[in-house]
Write a protein that binds this ligand. Structure first.
Ligand code: SPQ
Length: 421
């Protein structure tokens, strides 16, 4: 696909619902006693995979635009799927399902696409095995033999909301208390939603305590816009000349707002208006304007708060004066693709001064760049970041696979080009 170039961008945009919250709403809705209505659901391929898996386990789920109704059957209401559960490209679906399925009275097999089959699952299966789970393989396909589980105390070796959530979900089915100690705070949507549903869960700083739970109360859940999708427009509006974009109704849960902190530190003019709480999650409108950016250093405990935004933050760094150093981001190597390698290789094609390091990258920005034939590696966040990078490149650029944006943002290119003014 040829990436069309825009001169300047202006206007208001509403990004689709948060991917992490949409997954959790379907999963916890399925385990609740009764009907959960989800408004603002992200109809992206990953969340549709989650719906598909729960339908295969006997849960009735109705879809009407971005409203999804889940007819939950309770924590013990899932039935044996007659076929393998296919999770597509979704790490969240795969890892969270392990936590739910480990304690069921039946066996299941889970697998996904080529990318999912390369992503490490040992980080989830190992702690679940300590709880009594029986899971074959550390890569998909995973064969999960349902077992009786017991609580453990687990010190998280990596900051990962998926690992944390899998243990929490297994903890709902376990005898005794499950205690999780996080190293750094990762996104806490599961904890917030479970509390609202009446689960036996307590959070004290970096420690989470879960006890066996008899029932979850169904909810009406309103999903805010995904800050990980808004991030592309935050950077676009900042780097394009004479531009201003307002992104309406974006989730600003503090465990996700590292991009705002970093962009402000780089000199971006960002205004946050209409802060409100919806369904236990903070949301607001975010306005960004053309800004002169400068390089920065991004490392330490902010990394889990912006991990998925690093490819687009790297794009901002290309147009920032001076050096940007990203460290402590080795988790990027086990995402949909190795996002350190992918960013460095593709950015080099555009003549960018970028160096790969073991846990991140170094970008010397503020220099002219040129167009190129970019490869996305089937990674939605690479595709959207490269489309934005190409806007300020001299000459034409193409993307080998623009369709992969469907994973988290099916209407991305319509929304993107719709901002041209
Ligand atoms: O679901 P998936 O494929 O893992 O998606 C990604 C993404 O970029 O959309 C990561 F590749 O987001 C993860 C995120 O990186 C979603 C997530 C969640 O919803 O719990 C948590 C993060 O992963 P992790 O490994 O840090 O737990």
């Amino acid at each position: 696909m040829l990436i069309n170039k825009m001169n300047r961008v202006n206007g208001e945009i509403t990004v689709p619902g948060d991917k992490s919250i949409s997954h959790r709403a379907v999963m916890l809705g399925a385990l609740a006693d009764g009907t959960t209505r989800i408004n603002g659901f992200l109809r992206g391929a990953d969340c549709l995979s989650t719906i598909d898996c729960f339908r295969k386990m006997g849960i009735k789920i109705e879809e009407s635009n971005d409203t999804v109704t889940v007819y939950g059957k309770g924590l013990h209401g899932l039935s044996t799927p007659s076929e393998t559960l296919y999770t597509g490209n979704s790490g969240t679906t795969t890892r969270l399902l392990c936590g739910i399925l480990a304690g069921q009275p039946f066996d299941t097999t889970i697998t996904g696409d080529a990318s999912i089959c390369k992503r490490p699952m040992g980080r989830v299966t190992k702690p679940l095995e300590l709880m009594g789970a029986d899971i074959e393989n550390e890569y998909c396909p995973l064969i999960i033999h349902g077992k009786k589980l017991h609580g453990i105390e687990y010190d998280m070796p990596v900051a990962s909301a998926q690992v944390k959530t899998a243990i929490i979900l297994a903890g709902l089915y376990s005898e005794g208390e499950t205690v999780i100690n996080e190293k750094e705070k990762s996104r806490d949507h599961t904890e917030l939603m479970l509390k609202a549903m009446g689960a036996n869960i307590k959070v004290d700083g970096l420690t989470i305590r879960v006890n066996k739970t008899e029932s979850l109360k169904p909810q009406n859940i309103t999903v805010p816009g995904d800050i990980s999708s808004a991030a592309f427009f935050m950077v676009l509006g900042t780097i394009m000349p004479e531009s201003k974009i307002t992104i309406k109704n974006v989730g600003i849960n503090p465990t996700r707002t590292g991009i705002i902190d970093v962009m402000r530190e780089m000199g971006a003019n960002i205004t946050i208006l209409n802060k409100r709480t919806e369904g236990g999650e903070l949301a607001a409108d975010i306005t960004v304007e053309t800004s002169r950016l400068h390089g920065t250093e991004i490392c330490g405990d902010i990394i889990p708060r912006l991990i998925d935004e690093l490819p687009i933050i790297a794009t901002a760094a290309v147009f920032a004066d001076g050096k940007t150093v990203i460290r402590d981001a080795q988790e990027l190597k086990v995402k949909e693709t190795n996002r350190i390698r992918a960013v460095v290789d593709e950015f080099k094609k555009a003549g960018i001064d970028i160096t790969e390091t073991d846990d991140g990258m170094i970008i010397n920005g503020g220099k002219p760049i040129h167009g190129a034939d970019f490869v996305t590696y089937g990674d939605h966040r690479m595709a959207m970041s490269l489309a934005i990078l190409a806007q300020l490149a001299e000459g034409n650029s193409t993307l080998d696979d623009a369709k992969c944006v469907d994973v988290s943002y099916p209407s991305f290119f319509d929304d993107f080009y719709g901002l041209e003014k």
